[in-house]
Design a protein around this ligand. Structure first.
Ligand code: S3P
Ligand code: PEP
Length: 431
């Protein structure tokens, strides 16, 4: 098996943070639902984004992908083609699946949704409850993908849990404005991942669609609204910046470009968390600059920022004292069970982590060892382990490193540009 050998080197330099995956999913969908033409600038063609592009094409949008410096520009015309072939391949993208299901029920009377890897079994029950109430027919394989859907979404009252995934709420927010009557989404439990819902409402507004937020308990959505095409620039990704922020803390110095200072992305909280941990993080002329720091443990509630948990666990593992990751139950429903996967791999490197039902207790150590670790086919675990290598005494051998293509295909290129050394390695050779 070919793995990646990562030398235990400190990172240093400047990096252009990749475009936000969450912002791009939303802009592509809104542009595809618009009557006019749109141009979406600064898009990375990760596997997840490609799934949304292909899905929206199947639902009738015309989308051209053009190279534009390091990333891509998309030209989108909404509702251009006939949507005869309605099988939508989501690969491993939870966002694509949960965002496109309600849209397909509005513009295509349903369709077939397929997926790969962990996505096949990631929860969809919140939608199934709605389908049962609305008489929408659905068939799946023992609760797993593929999913066949037939029916129409109607306006009205939608009651759903807010503690499984915010992606169900986002999906409904794209579709409900398109139908005849008015609707209201009622959240029956405390909404988690609010930042992602804020981002949805912001992008909808940018494309001319209004959703009224009543304190995250109810969202009021008028029917028969129109999306208007526009030029849109995708902002830098705060979730991905977290890897370079940690890379700077465990390395020498990293300067990050292209992050919007007034972003509504929930993962912007990474700056506050790192400050709390005594990390040397500054904002210089709109860039984030992070320097090597001795961090201290703290308690981090990840219910609003689940994607930060793997890299924060790495930081905790080498910080002084105890770090607690709390309210992380939903981490078990991502590309891997992230509480178990990150604990298992960091423990192989000598970290001191105790896994609870919805939390991790991490007692910091000075250094980690090297050795063989696996990504569990999870991009965020692969990237977190790469960053951890700076604190390893020996090189790290990582299997499943290609999983980064899900969200950040240029991750290894950026890693090397910051002085990181990573090269293919036949497993079984001496370290
Ligand atoms: O809406 C989005 O873009 C996302 C929402 C989050 O999921 P949950 O709402 O399930 O936490 C996050 O984990 C995912 O990576 C992207
Ligand atoms: C969980 C993630 O994405 P999604 O839910 O869209 O698969 C992620 O990017 O970490």
């Amino acid at each position: 098996m070919i793995a990646l050998k990562i030398q235990n080197k400190k990172l240093n330099g400047e990096v252009l943070v990749p475009p936000s995956k969450s912002d791009a999913h939303r802009a592509i969908i809104c542009a595809s639902l618009s009557k006019g033409k749109s141009e979406i600038f600064n898009v990375d063609i990760s596997k997840d984004i490609l799934s949304t592009i292909e899905g929206m094409r199947k639902l009738g949008a015309k989308i051209n992908i053009l190279e534009d410096n390091k990333y891509y520009k998309l030209e989108i015309e909404g509702f251009k083609n006939n949507n005869e072939n309605s099988e939508i391949t989501c690969r491993e993208s939870g966002s694509t699946l949960r965002f496109l299901i309600p849209i397909a029920l509005v513009i295509n009377n349903g369709g077939k949704f397929t997926g790969e890897g962990k996505l096949i079994e990631r929860p969809l029950g919140v939608y199934y409850d709605i389908f049962n109430k609305m008489g929408i027919k659905f068939e799946n394989r023992d609760g797993k993908l593929p999913l066949d859907l037939k029916g129409n979404l109607k306006s009205g009252e939608y009651c759903l849990r807010g503690d499984v995934s915010s992606q169900f709420i986002t999906g409904l927010m794209f579709a409900l404005p398109l139908i005849e009557g008015d609707s209201v989404i009622k959240v029956t439990t405390e909404l988690q991942s609010k930042g992602y819902v804020n981002l949805t409402i912001k992008v909808l507004k940018d494309f001319g669609v209004e959703v009224i937020n009543k304190d995250y308990k109810e969202f009021i959505i008028k029917g028969k609204q129109k999306y208007s095409g526009r030029k849109y620039f995708v902002e830098g990704d705060y979730s991905q910046s977290a890897f370079w922020i940690a890379g700077g803390i465990l390395g020498e110095k990293i300067r990050m470009k292209s992050l919007s200072r007034d972003s509504v992305q929930g993962d912007k909280i990474i700056e506050e968390i790192v400050k709390d941990m005594n990390g040397n993080i500054k904002n210089i002329e709109g860039d984030i600059v992070v320097e090597e720091s001795k961090t201290i443990g703290t308690t981090i509630d990840v219910s609003e920022c689940p994607d930060l948990a793997p890299i924060l666990t790495v930081l905790g593992a080498v910080s002084e004292g105890t770090t607690r990751i709390i309210n992380g139950e939903r981490l078990r429903m991502k590309e891997s069970d992230r509480l178990t996967s990150i604990t298992s791999e960091l423990k192989k490197l000598g970290a001191n982590i105790e896994e609870g039902y919805d939390n991790l207790t991490i007692k910091g150590v000075k250094y980690l060892n090297g050795g063989v670790v696996d990504s569990w086919n999870d991009h965020r675990i692969a990237m977190a382990l790469a960053i951890a290598s700076a604190k390893c005494k020996e090189p790290l051998i990582l299997t499943g490193w290609k999983s980064v293509e899900k969200s950040y295909p240029k991750f290894w290129e950026d890693y090397r540009s910051l002085g990181g050394e990573a090269f293919e390695w036949k497993l079984g050779k001496e370290l």
